[in-house]
Design a protein. Sequence first.
Length: 232
Amino acid sequence: MKNRNFTESHRAGRIARVLLVVNLAVMTGCASVSPVPETVIHKSGLNQVHLEKDPDSVSNSHPVSLSQSEVGALLRGVRVWKQRNLIHRLYAGESERTRGFRNEEVKILAPALANALELASPDQRIYFHLSHVTEYGEEETTSGWVSIRGNLLYLTLSEIHDRHSPGADITKYDRVLPNVPEQAPAFSVTFEPEEYVAKARSGWRLFTPDQQEELQIRYREALDALTKSPKS
């Protein structure tokens, strides 16, 4: 009887140790891929903009001076649409292109991004995350990064108006761990006028489930065209 109790106790202790190791590994993995903010530029509820180390470049052309209206004009030029498979495209055609950033989102992001670009160093990029509750009680999120190298503005989107089932009341509680949404439909992104898109790249990063769509925009030329006064 004592031997059996000892065996069961030993087995329970071994299982507990295994679970502890697994939990620590998961927490370490999450910490290794989560962005680490270096300077918080804007935070309101779950909306945030901050500076972080850029893992892809140490030669960004930061700081850069752009006005809020110029940043807003660039954001309003972003277009997104959901990807459809071949059969769906043959039946219904391509998805409709919509604005990547709505007016209320531009109102939040434009001043924060303009400020961040003036404060960023060459080895930093700007991370932004927007979140709100829809009329159906879902959480809708948009996340990505901005940086500038030479005459190119790099805009990377990992989610765009993704809707997830709500957890606890997200209007009252900050997240401690990243929220992992349901698999969102794949999306495509471009900038209009498209002639100012120098390059577009699509892909996923290692160890992360997020789609990442990158636009490289000749932003100075685009701004000249977008803000040019019409000829009288």
